[in-house]
Design a binder for this molecule. Structure first.
Ligand SMILES: *Cc1c(COP(=O)(O)O)cnc(C)c1O
Length: 374
């Protein structure tokens, strides 16, 4: 078997033990003579998987009783619209802190919802330049953030997958303190990368395909207070209340997706929990940024040091031609997924939980060698 060293941004590498478990159980799940995919979502075999996935997530993140866990569909992108649909009312304002492409997308959908509902959106943009050409190289420092105490909620993206900037990568860039205003975070690309006080969030959501499973599921952790406050004049399928009342089984969920998440969560638990996962992620980040900083004449990180993402490491070489050569040479050594997002170019190594230190060390070693040879 020749498995690649996979630095894809999403869908991305899954931990081998989670995949192997799926392979073993594939044709005959729990001695039932059927694949888990072929079971009714209301049968006891699937229900056990569903409940275990919820319980593991609660345990790993220490989710308090004040919060619900949902497994929905439509991806993080649907959440961009579904969140304001549930929470915004006529005459209200929501605040969006934007420091990258995903924050911009969330903002766009929120504006569309606000204009339908007679509500408004206030934006704090931390990019440089104008319009589509905006450059995002940092997350805001606490002194840059002014929360509007009258806002219905404040939205952030905890990690910007394309621009490679992240809150909490460094001690000086913590999440905003929003006081009474519910904080809502798109955690798609850094969900479960470390322990955190999830109870401080009104809502946190994550498309599974970056860090915790395959595509087709978006995980939502939401406070009961926000569920109860939610609008009742939108279609049932979009109301968070509907999915809470039905334990994410209102309609058929992505059963195989949730099963794979169960396998990944169980692997994370086996590693010793999120504290251990954070240690590993910090070690990986230090190795890779170390290789960039040790060769400043050749590699350049466009991101402010304090905001450098430990999930998506973006960097540039002296010319686009050298970047192309770098990607091609890396591919010959079994490393794939290193091309930066088409909107920004350059190189991006996505090193989520499933990317091992050995993978990162292989890449960093190759970077040192490549810089020397040019
Ligand atoms: C990938 C990504 C999304 C989009 O997720 P979909 O599941 O494709 O809707 C949203 N936000 C962030 C931060 C992402 O990385």
């Amino acid at each position: 078997m020749n498995r690649k060293i996979n630095f894809n941004a999403g869908p991305s590498a899954l931990p081998l033990p989670a995949l192997e478990r799926a392979k073993e159980e594939f044709l005959d799940f729990a001695g039932s003579g059927m694949s888990v995919m072929e079971h009714s979502h209301r049968g006891k075999e699937y229900e056990a998987v569903h409940d275990e996935a919820i319980a593991l997530l609660r345990e790993l993140l220490g989710i308090p009783a004040t919060h619900e866990v949902l497994f929905l569909q439509g991806g993080a992108t649907q959440m961009f619209a579904q969140i304001p649909m549930n929470i915004l009312d006529k005459g209200q304002t929501a605040q969006y802190l934007v420091n990258g492409a995903w924050g911009e997308k969330a903002l766009g959908e929120a504006k569309a919802v606000a204009s339908m509902f007679g509500a408004s959106i206030a934006v704090d943009n931390y990019g440089e330049g104008e319009g589509k050409e905006k450059k995002y190289t940092r997350v805001p420092a606490p002194s840059d953030i002014k929360i509007n105490p009258a806002a219905s909620y404040c939205h952030i993206a905890s990690n910007e997958t394309i621009h490679g900037v992240q809150f909490n990568a460094d001690g000086s860039r913590p999440f905003p303190e929003t006081g009474v205003v519910p904080l809502i975070a798109d955690m798609s690309s850094d969900f479960l990368w470390r322990p955190l006080d999830i109870g401080k969030f009104g809502l946190a959501y994550a498309g599974a395909q970056k860090n915790i499973g395959p595509s087709g599921v978006v995980v939502v952790v939401i406070s009961k207070e926000l569920v109860e406050k939610g609008r009742k004049d939108i279609p049932k399928i979009f109301q968070f209340r509907t999915h809470v009342e039905n334990k994410s089984l209102y309609n058929t969920p992505s059963t195989f997706g949730i099963y794979m998440i169960r396998n990944v969560l169980s692997w994370l638990k086996g590693l010793g929990g999120l504290q251990k996962v954070e240690e590993a992620n910090r070690k990986k980040g230090a190795r890779l940024y170390g290789a960039i900083d040790a060769n400043p004449q050749f590699y350049r990180s466009p991101v402010e040091k304090e905001s450098r993402s430990l999930m998506n490491v973006v960097f540039r070489l002296p010319t686009p031609e050298l970047e192309e050569l770098f990607i091609a040479e890396a591919k010959k050594r079994g490393m794939v997924g290193l091309k930066g997002h088409r909107s920004v170019g350059g190189i991006r190594a996505s090193i989520y939980n499933a990317a091992s230190y050995e993978w990162v060390d292989t890449l960093a070693g190759f970077m040192e060698e490549f810089a020397k040879g040019k």
